[in-house]
Write a new protein. Structure first.
Length: 247
């Protein structure tokens, strides 16, 4: 988990602890870092303006000052469950961990009656989600895409051939129930589709991408579209998967 993501998750954990607070040792276990790292993160949060409090001694810990959390939001139980179902059904989607943290954040600030109704309704929805890639691999792909840096992959194609290659990430695409990283492969000097489930390892390099665009990927089918948080869709996202385009 990148430090920026950990700081965000740390803030959420502190907020959720309420007046009880949480110890540095527990935070270290939860985020799989040292106590020293946790205390550095807490200092960084406080320096950034987060309203932290600390209580020394046995039973002490850290928390957020009352009023330092989100205001209640207006959301119906069915809207809340729709968000939970979407995230639960796609744990392999890009940035799924951050989406799940966002859902927990929303649920926490709902009024008690709405939250209870949403949890009751959620019990009536079952999902059998696909296994997600390792957290390290997903973090590298997400970071490379967000920061537009070259990703070094170890990839095993459908025919069993394993290669190491540098890829400039262009887009994530979901088609036929699978997620793909689409990018410019420096080994093949061409645009390629990589099934995320076949990426064995991934590491973000310091090299910047050279500027390949979504338009270079190809013409998408009519029903393909980008993820969009607003009211309309501005353009389509390619989801056509060439049969042997990872060689």
């Amino acid at each position: 988990m990148r430090r920026a993501e950990r700081l965000h998750a740390l803030t959420e954990t502190l907020r959720r602890s309420g007046t009880r607070g949480v110890s540095a040792e527990r935070l270290a276990r939860e985020f799989e870092v040292s106590v020293r790292t946790v205390k550095r993160d807490l200092d960084a949060l406080e320096n950034s303006g987060a309203p932290l409090w600390s209580r020394p001694g046995p039973g002490g810990g850290y928390g957020l000052v009352d009023g330092g959390s989100l205001r209640p939001v207006t959301l119906s139980p069915t809207q809340a469950v729709a968000l939970m179902a979407a995230v639960s059904a796609a744990p392999d989607a890009p940035y799924a961990d951050l989406a799940a943290a966002g859902i927990r954040k929303i649920m926490d600030v709902l009024d008690p009656a709405t939250r209870a109704h949403a949890h009751e309704l959620a019990e009536r929805i079952w999902v059998q989600a696909p296994p997600a890639p390792s957290r390290a691999t997903r973090s590298a792909l997400e970071e490379g895409m967000a920061e537009q840096r070259v990703i070094r992959l170890r990839y095993t194609a459908q025919d069993g051939v394993t290669t190491a290659r540098d890829v400039e990430p262009v887009l994530f695409a979901s088609t036929s129930g699978r997620w793909y990283l689409v990018g410019w492969c420096r080994l093949r000097d061409a645009m390629r589709w990589f099934a995320v489930s076949r990426i064995e390892r991934a590491r973000v390099t310091t090299m910047a991408c050279s500027g390949h665009t979504v338009d270079e990927v190809g013409e998408p089918p009519e029903n393909a579209r980008p993820v969009h948080g607003g009211g309309g869709v501005t353009r389509s996202a390619p989801t056509r998967v060439p049969g042997t385009r990872t060689r």
